[in-house]
Design a protein. Structure first.
Length: 219
């Protein structure tokens, strides 16, 4: 765990120095997603802060990063750190930069499959990150609960990207979205669980940005 520990130590040290001279932060319930139509669907009008959001995917690379990049870009431009823990593929830096992400505020955390869940939890809990992305493929309900508690402790946005086969299993995540093909070459995001309100019937479609909605069936 040498690479992981070194990265986490440096992040924590940076947070300690910054925290000593900053004013107390005002609590914010949510961070706008950068997609107005999606914000309109979510009860908190954005990604819930201090909480875990679970993205359920049919495969990697179906638009999940396009969904997240507007918020990640805004957070890094404001000086926040975004940690990406053991991604299944190497993120293409020019695309992230073109989306507005400040690469100097992006931390790539390398970890073996055995250590990735631990690293994800530590980043969430550290208080050093504005947002953390992880791919906890083998996490059970107890592990997900620890991630949710860690995100709350660290007051950050936690994003768990997982196979949609897990949609049938209960989850302690505050928000769950499932990606489903919309039949027009795009991807519709259905809210499967949200804290504080009933699950909306409509979906946000990345393939229909003009309207932001899709009424395609989830089957």
């Amino acid at each position: 765990m040498g690479v992981v520990a070194t990265t986490l130590d440096s992040m924590l040290a940076a947070r300690t120095l910054w925290h000593a001279g900053r004013m107390a932060a005002v609590a914010v319930d949510a961070e706008p997603t950068g997609h107005d139509a999606l914000d309109a669907l979510l009860p908190q009008c954005g990604w819930p802060r201090g909480a875990l959001t679970e993205l359920l995917l049919p495969a990697d690379g179906v638009g999940e990063l396009s969904l997240l990049l507007p918020a990640l870009a805004r957070l890094t431009r404001a000086g926040g750190t975004v940690a990406v823990v053991a991604p299944p593929y190497l993120p293409y830096a020019p695309a992230w930069q073109a989306a507005g992400v400040d690469l100097a505020r992006l931390e790539m955390v390398e970890a073996s499959p055995r250590d990735a869940l631990w690293a994800f939890e530590q980043c969430l809990r550290s208080g050093a990150c504005a947002a953390v992305l992880g791919w906890p493929a083998q996490a059970d309900a107890q592990a997900l609960r620890r991630l949710q508690v860690a995100a709350d402790s660290g007051d950050c946005l936690g994003f768990a990207l997982r196979d949609r086969r897990h949609a049938a299993n209960p989850s302690p995540a505050a928000l769950r979205l499932e990606a489903v093909g919309d039949g027009y070459g795009g991807m519709a995001w259905y809210v499967r669980k949200c804290r504080g309100a009933a699950v909306p019937a409509r979906a946000f479609s990345m393939g229909a940005q003009a309207t932001g909605m899709s009424t395609a069936g989830a089957g």
